[in-house]
Design a protein around this ligand. Structure first.
Ligand SMILES: [Mg+2]
Length: 311
């Protein structure tokens, strides 16, 4: 089978960027989208790059942000507008390929394997996409390119988000340079707890993981995952080795708050349900809530706990 060309396109500071496009007067000002601007306890859902330069980060409390940056412009979230812009971006992608898969409200996968002849090299396609999104929405996007979804995602998060072009391609033959030198927590699917676990096992880089023989890794992870250790170990090992056969699957399902809201009731002391859903949709959660309700529930509980911890 011919090697596929997958793109992961991520919108920078999505909600904040959409608001800035709608309010040109705030162009050069630090701006955040926050749960309830009337309350200092509201949660920051998105911060523009200027606000981030002041140390403002997503998911912190508005009061905290204001103490770092008193001149902060605070805007209320308009979820429907963000969803509309996201759908408009999907349409742009669909003019390049029919294989488009939304990953979250501000990230989508594209399989452009069969578009290369028509639109130019993968990098040229990425540039055209960036320009088209900017012209249509005013949002800056970053593009990771590779031969699998996982690698495209890691190309975006680790490189495209940090360089000046906003585009990076991980070549499958250069995994040693582009992937294996990265610290283990830069691998997709490895959070801070997993990182600690790997550190205890002497695995510090993605390369350390890739080069651990799979049967050894499976026995090492037994204490962490119990009877599911074999499956988890294999998935992690495959990711570290750039192996990922999952296809870009166009989905008719659109992530919308309506599909989230009725899933469970949350205590309201720390954040409103809408706030939490908005956070989940845009910042932490990168799953299809319909397909994977259990995982969603777990993420939701995590976000809730996080909020409680910083209260
Ligand atoms: Mg983003």
């Amino acid at each position: 089978m011919k090697e596929r060309i997958i793109l992961l396109v991520d919108c920078q500071s999505f909600y904040a960027s959409v608001e800035k496009a709608a309010h040109p007067e705030y162009r050069d000002k630090p701006l955040v989208v926050a749960g309830d601007p009337a309350l200092r306890s509201g949660i920051i859902l998105a911060a523009c790059p200027i606000a981030k330069k002041h140390g403002v980060t997503a998911a912190e409390r508005l009061g905290e942000s204001l103490s770092k940056c008193p001149e902060l412009i605070i805007v209320k979230p308009r979820m429907q507008m963000y969803i509309d812009v996201s759908l408009k971006i999907t349409e742009i992608f669909e003019s390049f390929t029919n294989l488009v898969e939304p990953f979250s409200i501000d990230e989508q996968f594209l399989d452009v394997t069969n578009s290369v002849g028509m639109f130019g090299s993968p990098t040229e396609i990425a540039k055209q996409i960036q320009t088209a999104i900017m012209l249509a929405t005013g949002v800056y996007s970053r593009v990771g390119i590779s031969s699998t979804k996982m690698l495209a995602k890691m190309a975006c998060d680790n490189y495209a988000k940090k360089n000046s072009e906003g585009i990076y391609r991980i070549d499958k033959t250069k995994l040693a340079k582009d992937l294996w030198e990265l610290p283990i927590e830069k691998m997709f699917g490895v959070g801070s707890r997993m990182k600690k676990h790997f550190f205890r096992l002497g695995i510090h880089s993605i390369g350390d993981l890739a080069q651990t023989p799979l049967p050894k890794l499976q026995s090492l992870l037994k204490t962490r995952f119990g009877k599911n250790a074999d499956i988890h170990a294999e998935l992690l090992w495959q990711t570290a080795n750039g192996i990922d056969s999952s296809l870009v699957t166009p989905s008719t399902h659109r992530v919308a708050p309506k599909s989230v809201g009725h899933m469970m009731t949350l205590p309201r002391d720390y954040a409103t349900e809408e706030e939490i859903d908005t956070i989940l949709l845009g910042i932490y959660i990168k799953i299809d809530v319909q397909k994977d309700k259990k995982l969603f529930k777990r993420y939701r509980n995590n976000v809730f706990r996080r909020n409680r911890n910083c209260a």
